[in-house]
Design a protein around this ligand. Sequence first.
Ligand SMILES: [Fe+2]
Length: 294
Amino acid sequence: MASPGVDIVREFPDTTWADDGPTRGVESVVEDGLVLSFPQLPFTLSDDERRFLDERWADGKAKNISVRWPGGELRGAAGSAADLAALRAMVVRYAEMSEAFALRLFPHYRGTLRRGNTSFRPAQVAGRETSWRKDDTRLHVDAFPSNPMRGTRLLRVFCNVNPSGVPREWRVGEPFVEHARRYLPSFTRPLPGSSWLMHRIGVTKRRRTEYDHVMLQLHDHAKADLAFQRSGPQARVDFAPGTTWVVYSDQVLHAAMGGQHMMEQTFMLDVEDQLFPEKSPLRTLERLLHRPLR
Ligand SMILES: [Fe+2]
């Protein structure tokens, strides 16, 4: 399955989340669509917190347990008030550590990087019941039907916290520009008025721009293309427990094939606040289509 053309993981030796770690100023690496992997950077749980590594803390409705910002409320978890407070404190600690870490790695983003949801995913990847569109074991770039990003970047910091040696198994795929070229010829334009209407009736949280329309088609065309999924350019990557990895998930083709127990912090960044805005999916798609996608 591995393809010699796909080699996008870069490993770094950091053993601390704190400010004195060795890696900093690597904006251009992550903006190039590479995966920054830190195999010796665990998110350590206390003895008391280890009990949360169990699917029973999920409330059964949501896929993940999460903390929403800026309010900081815990969602998706079930338990006593004391349990939920301890669980929330664990997730909040991950938010704070991963934010400090991201700002060390990417000092150019200081003051503009925005904290999105923090999630704890206690459930197994394998065996989730799902439709093909929601099936994240298929290679895709992140794009969400109800949550238009309008070009805003999605930067994610993941950490495998599995207690029994189970790796997080990913596949990664071709560079964004090649992926866009593969499907652009088959894309349609949005129907006039459709983005206004979808916002108006509550299908979307804000109006989709043409960027969102293109990104959703990219997401759906790739997931529906079984030949691409099977034999398109790709490589298998295993993130062992204790590994942290950082990626622009709206740019890097990825698929989660297996694993259990993961922390994830999402950040948002405006394209203009990147070190090299021209490397963004928005600007890449605009170059390929020869028109603005705002
Ligand atoms: Fe994804």
